[in-house]
Design a protein around this ligand. Structure first.
Ligand code: FES
Ligand code: FES
Length: 153
């Protein structure tokens, strides 16, 4: 089927297989490999992207379901090549270890801050509860999001 989708501000008119996931479309079709594939069954959050402002696991969503929508990936968060306040906070907090989970964590945190600009530590833990990190860097990750919230004041 043919769909029209906007990804990081660029419009795409594409033919897609009925069973192609949004994750495969982004990574294989558009070569936006910042969005990671890990469990592929909706458990880890590594594939988190925004669709019409909602944070979704792109491994669970069909590309066809994004027809007419706006998708934002990790590549779309750094406006004009400049890291966002949130991305800078991840670096400053030393939250990036192997880095594999970080794109999903940053997109989920971006979504959280859009709804709650000044989250507490507990609210950050709750907001990122769907994003797993195998390096065990949760404290730095949560600290980065709290710091980004403080910078929003
Ligand atoms: S790869 Fe999608 S939730 Fe794990
Ligand atoms: S930084 Fe390595 S999995 Fe999270």
């Amino acid at each position: 089927m043919r769909i029209h989708v906007t990804v990081n501000g660029s419009e795409h008119d594409v033919e897609t297989e009925a069973n192609m996931t949004l994750l495969d479309f982004l990574r294989d079709g558009l070569r936006l490999t910042g969005t990671k594939e890990c469990c592929a069954v909706g458990e880890c959050g590594a594939c988190t992207v925004l669709v019409d402002g909602r944070a979704v696991n792109s491994c669970l969503m069909l590309t066809a379901e994004s027809d007419g929508g706006e998708v934002t990936t990790i590549e779309g968060l750094a406006a004009g090549g400049k890291l966002s306040v949130l991305q800078d906070a991840f670096l400053a907090s030393g939250a990036v270890q192997c880095g594999f989970c970080i794109p999903g964590q940053v997109v989920a945190a971006h979504h959280l801050l859009a709804r709650n600009p000044h989250p507490t530590l507990d609210e950050v833990k709750e907001g990122l509860s769907g994003n797993l990190c195998r390096c065990g860097g949760y404290m730095q990750i949560c600290a980065a999001v709290v710091a980004a919230g403080r910078a929003n004041r």
